[in-house]
Design a protein around this ligand. Structure first.
Ligand SMILES: C[S@@+](CC[C@H](N)C(=O)[O-])C[C@H]1O[C@@H](n2cnc3c(N)ncnc32)[C@H](O)[C@@H]1O
Length: 259
């Protein structure tokens, strides 16, 4: 009997040592710069209505595939889009909650995270997990911990309500397969003074070397966003190829649907 109890005690001791040893080892060996966790918890039971081909007369572009991600970090991007000027125009303040909607591989997310600082937060939303994993790895390597990568759906970016000070949408709105649902959710996510910063290649400008399907005009922006309950509050017209339009939610409900 004594022998059995002793042997059990010894086994328990060995198990406890192993558990203790392994947790101590994992704490000590914790890799720095590991990818950030990606919130993948979408509710797949919520049905997504079939996508329309057009929205208020505009043909909806297909989503840029994640294999095209290197284009988003191409060397010529600064010269073509003046990304630094765009970031300055956003006038980000430390401590703000920003959403980088359709963040892709995080070209803007990382700089937004630096600008809001440790007290701020950047919700990086995309519908392609591969894009989010690229971003999460990059952010981890840079030691940026104030980014929340979120897998959204075509109808729901899964943002917290009444929180976002600025929802940056660079080259993504024209890809929304369900613009009305997305804008309704974005509207609900904005803080009291929150705005959308919509960035789209200029549809009016034939000198901008982008396919027409991936461009938008200002009248289209006003029409579509107006119908979803937004009004233009500021326009920044100094980017080389893109419109930058700031929009806030109107007080009333969204306007009636156009036939
Ligand atoms: C052309 S990329 C732009 C990426 C990034 N904004 C940039 O400028 O580097 C468009 C991104 O929007 C994402 N996207 C498309 N529809 C979306 C939706 N409904 N919600 C969130 N992301 C979406 C795509 O998966 C793609 O990564």
């Amino acid at each position: 009997m004594f022998a059995i109890v002793t042997s059990l005690r010894v086994r328990l001791f060995v198990i406890l040592c192993l558990i203790g040893g392994s947790s101590a080892a994992s704490a000590a060996d914790e890799p720095t710069g590991r990818p950030l966790p990606v919130d993948m918890a979408i509710d797949r039971s919520i049905p997504i209505p079939p996508a329309a081909t057009h929205h208020r007369g505009r043909e909806i572009a297909r989503t840029m595939h994640f294999t095209g991600a290197p284009w988003l970090v191409r060397d010529s991007r600064q010269r073509e889009e003046d990304c630094r000027l765009l970031l300055e125009a956003l006038a980000i303040k430390p401590g703000q909650s920003i959403c980088d909607m359709g963040c892709g591989n995080g070209f803007y997310t990382l700089e937004l995270a630096r600008r809001v600082g440790p007290q701020g937060r950047v919700y990086a939303v995309d519908i392609q997990p591969q894009m989010l994993h690229m971003l999460a790895e990059h952010a981890g390597r840079e030691g940026l911990t104030n980014i929340v990568p979120v897998l959204g759906t075509e109808i729901d970016p899964r943002l917290p309500e009444s929180t976002i000070d600025l929802c940056l949408c660079v080259d993504v709105y024209h890809e929304f397969s369900h613009p009305e649902q997305m804008l309704a959710k974005i509207r609900g996510s904005l803080a009291a003074e929150g705005t959308i910063a919509l960035v789209e290649f200029r549809g009016e400008d034939p000198a901008v070397p982008i396919k027409p399907l991936h461009k938008m005009t200002k009248p289209q922006i006003r029409d579509e966003l107006g119908a979803a309950g937004f009004m233009v509050v500021r326009e920044f017209d100094r980017l080389p190829w893109q419109h930058l339009v700031f929009l806030a939610a109107t007080a009333g409900p969204p306007a009636e649907k156009k036939p």
